[in-house]
Design a protein. Structure first.
Length: 424
């Protein structure tokens, strides 16, 4: 594999606290060296970054892929294109496909299909329960051996306290964690929007915000009981974040992520029954959005995930209460996160930590860093370059963006996978 010297770049590695102007040398698919006055052997190809930021490729901790079972919504190939355009080089795929990822052969299939794209490493989650149905435990040992990065039932909460206790205990034995969709199903059943004045005015069945904190409180208690590690996905309420903050202070194995809609949008985005903004969990009141922003800044939230949920037009062209929940998020993950930097809520290094080094640490990956010897999975982006999110023109198959029409600052110029340019 040819060498490449990227010059005149703002090198940013959040895990190392690195922020310098310099060059980075790639050799044989890995980072060979970087520094302010780095030179390369004669005839080495060079790329002038013109002052743009060069950072580790983004690690997306949570995304749904249509394949297998829902290829009409998204395929691995189309998701890989969208991911590369968004600067994502590693993606953790949810197991609630059809069939569910409760079979080692299916996990290996997904890993191989990711490798075949040449641009995206797919790290599949194993199903915590058979068919993600919340009853009988899946074969954690076999799934872990086949490449499961952790275990979850995806968009379905593990509702049974007994099943969650067993899952936490089993996962602890295999050195990994359980990802929970924190929403009490008995309270959320049939709901379409966060319970409150807006849902009432629109005539929509409501989901109380407490459905999230109730399950978070239970699972924190189970983490305390088992010594297991629970990771809460797409946390969206201040009450749940307060519980997580307290659990961390206690020293429990509790981590969490959120997704861009929960710090960029509030429930008013569903006005006029806008189904692209129907998500799971639903968008919240602005007080909760502000609580999520504060939790990003103070370190309570460990990572930002795209929460990519591909839906086709027929899933969304329905009355709001009947429409499928979910939003496309791969191409907008970086841009929406950078809006919090431009707004003064996060520093650039804080934002990049949430997208790179923190997920890498949680998942025990060698990526997410610019350290010499690490894989040359990289993103080059201009934090000031403006663009507009337009559903129908996004890379990839899924176009159901809750950010349709949103103007953003921060655009990916190039994405590199193992030193090879795969976008831009």
């Amino acid at each position: 594999m040819a060498a490449l010297l990227i010059t005149n770049a703002r090198l940013m590695d959040a895990g190392a606290g690195l922020d310098i102007l310099g060059s980075l040398l790639i050799k044989s698919g890995r980072i060979a060296a970087h520094g302010p006055s780095l030179t390369a052997p004669e005839l080495t190809p060079t790329l002038d970054a013109q002052g743009a930021i060069l950072a580790p490729g983004l690690i997306d901790m949570r995304a749904s892929l249509g394949e297998p079972g829902f290829e009409h919504r998204e395929t691995i190939a189309s998701a890989a294109r969208a991911a590369a355009a968004g600067g994502i080089t590693t993606l953790c795929a949810l197991p609630d496909t059809e069939p569910a990822l409760d079979d080692p052969a299916l996990l290996q299939f997904l890993i191989r299909r990711g490798e075949a794209t040449g641009s995206l490493t797919i790290l599949p989650y194993g199903a915590a329960t058979i068919d993600c149905a919340g009853k009988d435990m899946a074969e954690f040992g076999l799934l872990r051996e086949a490449g499961a990065i952790a275990f979850t039932d995806g968009r379905r909460a593990i509702a049974s306290a007994r099943a969650m206790r067993l899952a936490l205990s089993y996962a602890r034995g295999f050195g990994c964690f359980i990802v929970q969709h924190p929403e009490d199903p008995s309270l959320a059943a049939g709901g379409a929007a966060t319970e409150g004045e807006l849902a009432t005015r629109l005539g929509l069945p409501g989901i109380p915000a407490a459905a999230e904190s109730i399950l978070v409180a239970r699972d924190i208690a189970l983490a305390r009981l088992t010594g297991g590690h629970v990771h809460f996905a797409h946390v969206s309420t201040g009450a749940a974040l307060d519980l997580i903050r307290g659990a961390k202070a206690e020293g429990l194995h509790v981590t969490c992520d959120t997704a861009p809609p929960y710090f960029d949008l509030n429930e008013t985005a569903i006005g006029d029954y806008r189904t692209y903004a129907k998500l799971s969990p639903p968008l919240r009141a602005d007080a909760d959005r502000l609580a999520v922003v504060a939790a990003l800044a103070d370190g309570t939230i460990d990572a930002i995930a795209s929460d990519h949920q591909p839906r086709d037009a027929d899933d969304k062209r329905l009355p709001f209460a009947q429409a499928e929940a979910g939003g496309a998020g791969l191409a907008t993950l970086l841009g929406i996160t950078l809006a919090r930097v431009h707004g003064g809520d996060l520093t650039m290094l804080q934002a990049l930590a949430l997208l790179t080094s923190n997920p890498a640490k949680l998942l025990n990956l060698e990526t997410g860093t610019l350290a010499p010897g690490a894989p040359a999975d990289l993103v080059l982006f201009d934090p000031e370059r403006g663009w507009k999110v337009e559903a129908g023109k996004l890379p990839g198959k899924a176009q159901n963006s809750p950010f349709d029409g949103r103007a953003l600052e921060g655009r990916v110029i190039a994405t590199f996978k193992a030193g090879r340019r795969v976008f831009g």
